[in-house]
Design a protein around this ligand. Structure first.
Ligand code: ADP
Ligand code: MG
Length: 695
């Protein structure tokens, strides 16, 4: 049997824990005495007082005490042992029936008249008044009854083979040695403003709150004891990320001294001028690239704000300096579109542009490899195949990752490894249309520098959004028809059903043929994830050239697809999609000068959250506002998760619930950054903390 080996005090040092129990505890994420102490109750029971039997109400969970006045077998539909309790000492004597379906002979004999019983369970309405069915119980003969619990009783997340009893016993034991196992690591001043308790006090309280505690605060996670732990956890995460940042800034990167000549040439050919926000961001990036420290910059900006051209400008800067550039997109469709754009933008420059996706042949890969080892400046555009494949770069200077929320940090790091040649790390530019509020970014993205494009190109129309029930689908089809007849272009999106690409594709195929049957005079195209890359690209090109008026698609078109002449977006089953995803899809229209609209087709009845999402979509076009609503509705786990931050899930803190703590976390991290306890703090909260170790 494998003995868990967490860092910290081994569990087997607790009395009653052998390798078998330790292994089971590990299933709960408990691999040391320290992590046991952070395994907090998710609710509490009140066994601190006995409720008079006469006052019991159904559904109450209670502790009661009484004398057995009757005990008999009942042979009804289901054999049961019925035990009657009374509490003669109260002013209002009451009665309660205990019903046991499973019992043995010994139990039956023990539960006899004249003995006393304390029970804990949920009151049910029975045929003859209140009942407890299979309560926890304890027999006794003497009076007065044994004392009740002095604290609330913790209920822990448990699992098979680890009972509440075991967890309670072990936690009590661990609490006895708490000051040794978990010494206070925060300086005194940390909790001062907030009146937060010390660590030991907070843990003691949360495992065994005094009987008179108001559990309402605890349920909401707002109790100062919980806030104290959340503060420490958030602080540890931020400190770990700041370590990563320090580490990065201690590494070497190519200092790219370009004149910007290539970019200036391209810029003059563009049909538009950069917005002030784009120009500001580009300046920040160019300054980074000129330094000999690796850039790690998150470029956030709403859908359609024009991030791609900034990526191109950055790429030209690196290429001009003689380096290779890799651009990675989350879907093949988006990668193809970038490839298409870049090949136009680079047409006048002698810079090779390569394609790398999972579909390329071995021979193509070898060719690519041969070209890349030539050390010549060139650019490779592709999907995740970029970091999976065996292709290596000899002169990689800049990695651009588009729509970062679709990638994990590991993938980005794997790509970075490919450019480690000559001890130089490549610069990284990460782009996302899922912005997060600034205070959150300070904690979750502390390792990154952040640039924001906070303005859309001039002349953009806001998108009018309406929600329409499926029952009025005919009207929507008619609207699509009229739009196409007027020379507009329309997307019709059939989202993923059951997360299955096959089913989604089928839905899109069906919808396309239905629509074609209804709208015989229209040129209708279809793209979905099961099509060959060349087929997809052919359809997209026809749509771009306006040979197709209506494009039926799965969510493959969610990110990046840019056809400025499209003005109407229909999203089917909109109630099933998340807010960010809806916003991304809607962002496919309204990219040109013409007014655009979005129709959210939904299937009633709407659940509470679906309704809120659709309302948010109708109320705002602002990506920041949408991101905030999305965070509130879904919680950050799904949106930011570990994938974006590079850290594991938070154990106790919740960045939305505890957002009031974030400014304090930022201030404190600056104050304690140099403290001797920082390593211990990171070790305590971050599993596999090694990469965050001292630089
Ligand atoms: P996103 O930020 O969502 O990736 P894109 O880079 O796809 O947005 O840009 C959306 C559209 O806006 C593209 O057609 C692009 O050519 C155009 N665009 C970019 N910058 C400007 C600008 N400054 N003025 C006008 N149009 C612009
Ligand atoms: Mg984009």
């Amino acid at each position: 049997m494998k003995i868990p080996t967490g860092h910290g005090t081994p569990l087997v040092s607790l009395q009653g824990v052998g390798p078998a129990i330790a292994a089971r505890l590990e299933k709960l994420g408990i691999d040391s005495v320290e992590s046991l102490l952070f395994h907090l109750p998710f609710r509490y029971q009140d066994r601190s007082r006995d409720i008079p039997l006469a006052t019991l109400r159904p559904m109450q969970t209670v502790s009661v005490v009484g004398e057995i006045c009757d005990s008999r077998l009942y042979f009804g539909r289901r054999r049961a042992l019925l035990v009657q309790l009374r509490d003669p000492h109260n002013d209002r004597p009451g009665r309660l029936q205990i019903r046991l379906f499973h019992f043995n002979e010994a139990q039956r004999r023990q539960l006899s008249r004249g003995r006393w019983l304390r029970c804990f369970g949920e009151v049910r309405p029975g045929p003859d008044g209140p009942e407890l069915i299979h309560p926890e119980y304890r027999l006794f003969d003497h009076q007065p009854p044994p004392p009740t619990e002095r604290t609330l009783t913790p209920v822990y997340p448990a699992c098979q083979g680890v009972s509440q009893q075991t967890l309670r016993k072990l936690c009590r034991q661990a609490l006895d040695d708490l000051p040794l196992t978990l010494p206070e690591l925060l300086p005194d001043y940390c909790g001062l403003d907030q009146n937060l308790p010390a660590l030991g006090e907070a843990l003691q309280f949360l495992h065994l709150p005094p009987a008179d505690t108001d559990t309402e605060l605890l349920t909401r996670g707002q109790h100062p004891a919980q806030q104290r732990l959340a503060l420490e956890e958030l602080l540890a995460h931020r400190l770990a990320l700041l370590r990563l940042r320090q580490r990065r800034l201690a590494a070497k990167a190519p200092s790219m001294n370009s004149t910007g000549m290539l970019w200036q040439t391209l810029r003059k050919q563009l049909p538009f001028a950069l917005t002030a926000a784009q120009q500001r961001v580009l300046n920040e990036i160019e300054a980074d690239l000129a330094r000999n420290r690796p850039m790690l910059r998150l470029l956030q900006g709403d859908v359609g704000c024009g991030k791609t051209i900034i990526a191109a400008a950055a790429a030209l800067w690196a290429l001009e300096a003689g380096y290779q550039v890799a651009l990675m997109a989350p879907t093949e469709l988006l990668a193809e579109q970038h490839f298409h754009n870049f090949s136009q933008w680079l047409a006048d420059f002698p810079i090779p542009l390569h394609w790398l996706a999972s579909g390329i042949t071995r021979k193509q890969r070898q060719q690519l490899h041969t070209q890349l080892v030539s050390n010549q400046p060139q650019i490779v555009i592709g999907t995740h195949a970029l970091f999976q494949s065996t292709v290596t770069f000899t002169q990689l200077g800049l990695i651009i990752v588009d729509e970062q929320h679709r990638f994990g940090v590991d993938q980005r790091l794997a790509l970075r490894q490919k450019g480690q040649a000559k001890g130089l790390q490549p610069h990284q530019l990460i782009m996302t249309a899922t912005p997060i509020p600034r205070t959150l970014a300070m904690t979750l993205y502390a390792e990154l520098d952040i640039s924001s494009i906070d303005e859309l190109p001039p002349g953009r129309q806001t998108i009018t959004t309406v929600a329409v029930p499926q029952s009025r689908r005919d009207e929507v089809v008619e609207r699509v028809h009229r739009a196409c007849q007027n020379g507009q272009q329309v997307y019709w999106v059939c989202p993923l059903i059951d997360e299955s690409e096959v089913l989604a594709a089928r839905a899109a195929v069906t919808t396309a043929s239905e629509l074609q049957a209804e709208l015989k005079d229209l040129a209708i195209g279809l793209v979905h994830g099961r099509m060959k890359s060349a087929e997809k690209e052919a359809v997209m090109t026809r749509f771009r050239h306006h040979d197709i008026g209506l494009l039926v698609a799965t969510t493959v078109i969610e990110v990046g697809v840019d056809v400025p002449t499209a003005t109407l977006m229909i999203i089917e089953n909109a109630e099933r999609l998340g807010l960010s995803q809806l916003h991304q899809l809607r962002g496919r229209v309204g990219r040109g000068q013409q007014a655009a609209s979005c129709v959210l087709l939904y299937q009633p009845p709407l659940g509470e959250y679906s309704r809120k999402r659709l309302t948010a979509m109708r109320e705002t076009n602002d990506g920041f506002a949408i991101a905030r609503r999305d965070l509130e509705l879904r919680g950050p786990g799904e949106i930011l998760g570990t994938r974006q931050t590079g850290l594991q899930q938070l154990r106790i803190a919740d960045v939305i619930r505890d957002r009031a703590l974030l400014p304090l976390v930022a201030t404190l991290s600056a104050q304690v950054q140099q403290a001797a306890t920082v390593d211990a703090l990171i070790q305590r909260w971050i599993r596999d903390a090694e990469p965050y170790g001292d630089v």
